[in-house]
Design a protein around this ligand. Structure first.
Ligand SMILES: [Zn+2]
Length: 503
């Protein structure tokens, strides 16, 4: 056997030839979460894919000759997950800001270092982030791309998205300029016309900018461009210290709140703003992991439920958090229930039945995202005729895959990205048997490495270190009226001591 016959290391081998274009694929004998309107779960069921679409969902399906079979027994087959807000360009700085607050993030990206990112750095972050999304079963991702200082940066962002076999939407933004400036540039228009075609559900377009609450409402011009282009607007709303009710009121009074508008975080808002969002049919993109540690406000699902506002989930940025929606679902369930208990205890009451269920967060991670993006006719559930975005959660080597008693509970609290066995996007198998197909991780590693080297040199060692390790505020241990008992090594005896505050 010559080396030419061997698949290159890290490259697809047997799996790719098994899933040649046009060959139907069937998942056999899985627990199928259809996420259809009646929330149907089918035990020991099959999902048949033909071309780009789901051909059939049911038990003991007859399939065409030559169909590739995937054994889903012991696993869960569910729709691909949807992330409605991810700053993909920031993935090149993965984990760097783990100890940041929102203020430190603003200082690092908005004020100091966001402007040194070159087009190739946007490309690097996007390429890695896109591969990471697909690997974790996130088949549709909104790239909330607010580092697009020039159209060259924007082209680089789209180049990366087009190289990875996932479904993406570019939400165009630029934190270095007011949206009324960049959206008025002729080259911006030309870029949109050049890179996007209407009706392409693999690559969509949005406009991403925040509304400051300035009574002059300078963002009006950008909203008008969005309306003209037919592009939905996605906006960080209700972010403590940054955006508030004034922005929502201005958008509403000027007629720019639509069912396609996405309110990211939507945390520190009053009932009046929630009423305006609910009445105009917009949805909230909740990034619980982000809200819990950065400080935008308490994750708002407990409030959104009261107002009947649609929810989708997002992970925000890998500069802090994980890029999988298992973490988002888990964090969201925890935050919502935590708040429900806390509010009840404040009233001297006990919650005996949780309102938020595991099934609901799985719904938010799938259909919730599809509805927010206006793609619910195409993706978000496993129903014949829809585009085939499918995830198989199955890991025969894991002690956590059985017993499989409550499939929604399994997805929300037990599963993790390593359990994502197979991923299909638009009918194409892009991951099988835990290995990516058609995504070049080696290239992502190389270009991200180049970006990290470049940024380290730009910042210099001191700024680099300082950025990653923000100062820790002084902490004080409270005075304690009780006596501590401690072992005194010198006298080899137990002794009693009192401790003062700060000791
Ligand atoms: Zn964000």
């Amino acid at each position: 056997m010559s080396t030419a016959d061997l698949p290159a290391r890290g490259q697809p081998g047997r799996a790719e030839s098994d899933f040649a274009a046009g060959r139907p694929v069937v998942f056999r004998n899985g627990t199928v979460l259809t996420m259809n309107d009646s929330g149907q779960v089918l035990p020991d069921a099959d999902v048949l894919i033909s071309g780009e679409r789901l051909a059939a969902v049911g038990t003991g399906l007859a399939v065409p000759d030559g169909t590739a079979e995937i054994d889903a027994s012991g696993g869960i087959v569910m729709p691909g997950m949807i992330d409605t807000h991810r700053h993909m360009w920031q993935t090149a700085m993965r984990g760097y800001g783990a100890d940041w607050t929102l203020t430190q993030y603003f200082v690092w990206y908005y004020l100091n270092w966001g402007k040194v990112f070159r087009p190739q750095d946007i490309y690097a972050g996007n390429l890695l982030s896109a591969i990471e999304a697909v690997d974790a079963g996130v088949t549709t991702t909104v790239d909330w791309s607010h580092g697009l200082q020039t159209v060259e940066h924007a082209d680089a962002a789209v180049d990366a998205l087009e190289e990875v076999p996932g479904r993406f939407l570019l939400a165009y933004g630029n934190i270095q300029q007011g949206p009324w400036v960049w959206s008025a540039a002729p080259e911006f228009r030309a870029f949109v016309n050049r890179r996007f075609t209407s009706g392409n559900d693999m690559l969509g377009f949005q406009m991403a900018f925040d509304v400051t609450g300035d009574p002059e409402f300078p963002e009006r011009a950008a909203f008008e461009v969005a309306r003209e282009l037919g592009a939905p607007v996605t906006t960080h709303a209700g972010v403590w210290g940054a955006t508030n009710d004034d922005g929502i009121r201005l958008m509403h009074e000027n007629g720019f709140m639509t069912p396609a508008t996405i309110y990211v975080h939507a945390t520190t808002l009053t009932a009046d703003s929630y009423h305006r969002i609910a009445a105009t049919g917009g949805t909230a993109s909740v990034a619980t992991e982000s809200e819990q540690s950065a400080g935008q406000g308490y994750p708002p699902t407990w409030k959104l439920r009261e107002h009947g506002i649609g929810v989708s989930l997002s992970m925000d940025t890998s500069v802090w958090w994980s890029g999988d929606l298992f973490s988002a679902m888990r964090a969201t369930l925890g935050a919502d229930r935590s708040r429900e208990h806390l509010e009840a205890h404040g009233r001297q009451e006990t919650v005996t039945h949780c309102h938020l269920r595991a099934e609901q967060v799985v719904n938010w991670a799938t259909m919730g995202g599809a509805r927010a993006l206006g793609l619910d006719g195409a993706v978000g559930s496993l129903e014949p005729g829809k585009k085939a975005d499918v995830v198989l959660i199955k890991n025969d080597a894991s002690p956590v895959m059985f017993p499989l008693l409550n499939p929604f509970g399994q997805v929300a609290f037990q599963a993790q990205r390593a359990d994502v066995h197979t991923v299909v996007v638009n009918g194409r198998v892009v991951k099988h048997d835990h290995r990516l197909i058609g995504a070049n991780l080696g290239k992502a590693r190389q270009v991200v490495g180049q970006t990290v080297d470049y940024l380290m040199a730009e910042l210099g060692p001191d700024a680099w270190k300082e950025g990653m390790h923000p100062e820790v505020p002084q902490a004080k241990v409270l005075a304690n009226p009780y006596t501590y008992t401690e072992w005194d090594a010198g006298s080899a005896r137990w002794k009693s001591t009192r401790k003062d505050a700060g000791a």
